[in-house]
Design a protein around this ligand. Sequence first.
Ligand SMILES: Nc1nc2c(c(=O)[nH]1)N=C([C@H](O)[C@H](O)COP(=O)(O)OP(=O)(O)OP(=O)(O)O)CN2
Length: 175
Amino acid sequence: MFELVFSRRFSMAHRLIAGAAEPCAIPHGHNEVVTVRLRAAVPMPLDGHANMVEPFERAKSRWHGWIDGCVDHALQLSAADPLLGWFRAQEPHRLSRILVTPGDPTTEMLAALFMAKLNAFLAADGGRLACVHLAIEETPTNTVTFAGDPLGVLPVRDGWWRRPDSSINDLGGAA
Ligand SMILES: Nc1nc2c(c(=O)[nH]1)N=C([C@H](O)[C@H](O)COP(=O)(O)OP(=O)(O)OP(=O)(O)O)CN2
């Protein structure tokens, strides 16, 4: 079976406040790479003419547009992070640049949320493709991969990650 594999680089900042990785409680940033593997929902043989699962440009453009336009340089915070209150009070015009996660914005959480978002984009584009594997290289020495149903591992089922729009939080007016 064919898989289309696409990688995209983005910069981000986050902090982890739950106490599992104390050095990460101070806001800090990473340059990360997300790599996705897409398969046809209904695998077909090559037709002898175009010989494509789907043009690369069509398969990746919505996804890469979201990574470049919404995820790149976003600040990632837990929905429980008090810094959200600070932005609400002091810089409400920047709330749309904050990617909000249910619990700490770990790489595991990002992997599941990103796969759910990508599958929402692909379903809205006709459902010909689905993401079957996603990897996030957080640092050159740490990578998290995920395969399976992302909604089955998330602590909260519904949120921005299920909408095929540009949203990265549910704070209102941020889509
Ligand atoms: N299971 C997880 N553990 C940790 C995560 C995570 O997302 N999932 N994240 C962090 C921090 O973001 C931290 O900044 C990165 O981890 P760290 O090991 O410090 O990264 P390095 O590349 O510096 O690791 P080296 O081994 O020194 O190369 C922590 N834990």
